[in-house]
Design a protein around this ligand. Sequence first.
Ligand code: ZN
Length: 58
Amino acid sequence: MSRETPAPEPVATGTDAGPPFAGCVLCGEPTGYPESARGVTLCPVCEWREAERTACSG
Ligand SMILES: [Zn+2]
């Protein structure tokens, strides 16, 4: 008699806090940068706006 052992199911954690991305320093939205990223982290939107602002200034 072979006793079949059920495959271990992945334990679903109750906490769904989202990916460990660093928050945007301007709006707080999660960025594409990891929390370990150094320097100023901006979300794609703020990053784009900053880039445009920098490009227009001068
Ligand atoms: Zn932002």
